[in-house]
Unconditional design. Structure first.
Length: 220
């Protein structure tokens, strides 16, 4: 699962990210509200850890803009402010939970786990496109009558293609969502994993759109 951490206190953001990575999450970090809105729009996150006091756009604005755009990603709002009205405003703008600084990492992790459990329990996460069915909560992939075994990374690439279908997904978007915004390896890793998916799902499953990216192409 990939988590977005948004906090302008660089040391705190890095500390939160290290703690979440130790728990097995993939983590991206940004330090202002404008980048947060862009990042949360471009990448499918399991949850967002969002500070209130941010440059360019504060956390309230970020949260309300994402909700207005139809983004339902669980948001855990952080703040150094102390007051019931601040908490109420955060929840009213669409946050799912609220945590005051300073906090213990164990509490942050517990709150996130609760949000993620609530999200999985609240919706049926099964997605079907053509003859392909994907169940992210169970990491299950079925094409036609055949169950397809995928690695976590292969599943993440396919999940993004399914979520964006029938749109074309750029290599940049795949790299950011699956490998992280700070990935500095060979970008051709995307082609490698698309190749893995074609071997397991069939060579017709993913179409290369020259100059644009990749598109899910499964039969109805």
């Amino acid at each position: 699962m990939r988590i977005l951490v948004v906090d302008d206190e660089v040391r705190l953001a890095d500390s939160i990210a290290r703690g979440l990575r130790a728990e097995g999450y993939d983590v991206d970090v940004v330090h202002d509200g404008l980048d947060a809105v862009w990042q949360a729009t471009e990448v499918d996150y399991a949850a967002i850890v969002l500070d209130i006091m941010l440059p360019r756009k504060n956390g309230y604005v970020v949260c309300s803009e994402l909700r207005a755009a139809g983004n339902t990603t669980p948001i855990l709002m952080l703040t150094a402010k102390d007051g019931e009205y601040d908490e109420a405003e955060g929840l009213d703008t669409g946050a799912d939970d609220y945590l005051r600084k300073p906090f213990a990492h164990v509490v942050l992790n517990a709150r996130l786990r609760a949000l993620l459990r609530r999200q999985v329990g609240a919706v049926d996460d099964t997605m079907t496109v053509g003859d392909l069915t994907l169940s992210p909560g169970r990491l299950q992939c079925v094409r036609g009558e055949r169950t397809v075994e995928l690695t976590h990374r292969e599943f993440a690439v396919l999940e993004l293609l399914v979520r964006r279908s029938p749109n074309v997904v750029s290599k940049t978007a795949l790299l950011a969502s699956v490998w992280g915004i700070d990935f500095n390896g060979d970008p051709n890793i995307v082609e490698v994993y698309v190749g893995y998916l074609r071997k397991k799902l069939g060579k017709d499953a993913v179409r290369t759109v020259r100059g644009a990216g990749y598109q899910l192409a499964v039969a109805a």
